[in-house]
Design a binder for this molecule. Structure first.
Ligand code: DC
Length: 231
């Protein structure tokens, strides 16, 4: 079967990675979680004292970019690739609310975006890839054969993210999670470089009232049509 590029963009916690992983597994495609890459750069900045609640040393972070090496290794037990920062598996460390509270500021830096976009384009060069993020259909792969734009209400998304954090043992308040979701929506949509916008040719999926199975079936139909079109 003809291999295509599937770009999945949308607001935080809209279930992009869940459906991207399902699709990659079903189709035998590579899955790339680009948010994990921005989170890994943020973790590097936190670990090296470049960002905290009171300051953000953008200049030094930009100088350090050549030393920041991000890659993915497939974990057969989990069924997806985990992210590594300079050789260390940081899959769990990047999912904290603290990293979430700084990541949008880091993702707004053009030099950071340039480095990561270049790497993402190389990872998807051979097609057969499902990539999720904020700018995949607009900047990384503007020619992707299938572009999806996922949405759901902020409250629905905050409830999902809150449950994820509680299930993994983090002590968080629902209000803080909701505020983080809204704050990231704002920063991600209003930054100058590659803001989160729906590509003109993206198909919008509002999954506020959809089960995972319903969503998967709907998207699989769209994939089949896109593959047919590409022949
Ligand atoms: O998908 P996520 O919540 O893990 O992404 C974390 C942050 O990274 C998100 O708030 C915005 C940023 N991001 C981005 O700017 N561009 C991408 N392609 C992916 C994520």
């Amino acid at each position: 079967m003809n291999k295509i590029t599937i770009a999945i963009d949308g607001f935080s916690s809209t279930g992009k990675s869940t459906v991207a992983k399902q699709l990659a597994k079903h189709l035998g495609y590579v899955y790339v979680d680009t948010g994990a890459m921005y989170r890994a750069v943020t973790l590097y900045a936190m670990q090296n004292g470049l960002i905290d609640r009171n300051h953000f040393n953008v200049e030094t972070l930009v100088e350090c970019l050549p030393e920041i090496n991000i890659n993915f290794k497939f974990n057969a037990e989990l069924g997806f690739a985990e992210v590594y920062l300079n050789g260390t598996n940081v899959e769990k460390n990047i999912r904290t609310l603290e990293v979430s509270s700084f990541v949008s500021q880091v993702a707004a830096i053009s030099e950071v975006r340039q480095k990561l976009v270049e790497q993402q384009q190389k990872m998807g060069a051979d097609k057969g890839v499902v990539m999720d993020g904020r700018d995949i259909g607009t900047v990384v792969f503007p020619d992707a054969e299938l572009k999806l734009f996922m949405t759901a209400t902020a409250e629905t998304r905050a409830k999902r993210r809150f449950k994820e954090l509680i299930d993994r043992g983090d002590k968080v308040e629902y209000e803080d999670v909701l505020n983080n979701v809204k704050e990231r929506d704002y920063i991600d949509s209003n930054r100058e470089d590659s803001p989160l916008v729906k590509a003109d040719d993206a198909i919008e999926i509002d999954n506020s009232n959809m089960t995972l199975d319903e969503q998967f079936e709907k998207i699989l139909q769209l994939v089949k049509l896109a593959v047919e079109d590409g022949k």
